[in-house]
Write a new protein. Structure first.
Length: 105
């Protein structure tokens, strides 16, 4: 889900330095998450579980603190308006399944 760090405050994506366009997109997602007062990692986790075809999501956790953070993020309510705004802003395709959409589980 976190692609080696960029969504949780790191500077890497796929175990390399994140390209500028990925950093910019992450910053846009971060601003959107902040607008709705939810942590960006919570948004990422909820999005990963959205499509009906997804039955499991692997999240690499190394420490008890990471387990606790992940539990908090999974219990965070993500407002439906965040997903709508992400589509309007071009962060997601209009047809992309999001939590609560008809194509989500």
């Amino acid at each position: 889900v976190f692609a080696s760090g960029l969504l949780v405050g790191g500077s890497t994506y796929r175990y390399s330095k994140a390209p500028p366009e990925m950093v910019a997109k992450t910053e846009r997602w971060g601003k959107l998450a902040a607008k709705f007062a939810v942590p960006l990692p919570a948004v990422a986790l909820h999005f990963a579980f959205a499509p009906a075809v997804v039955s499991k999501v692997a999240v690499g956790l190394k420490t008890p603190a990471e387990v606790e953070s992940t539990k908090r993020w999974l219990s965070t309510a993500i407002p439906a308006a965040l997903w709508s705004e992400a589509k309007t802003a071009g962060l997601l395709d209009a047809a992309c399944p999001t939590p609560g959409s008809i194509h989500a589980r």
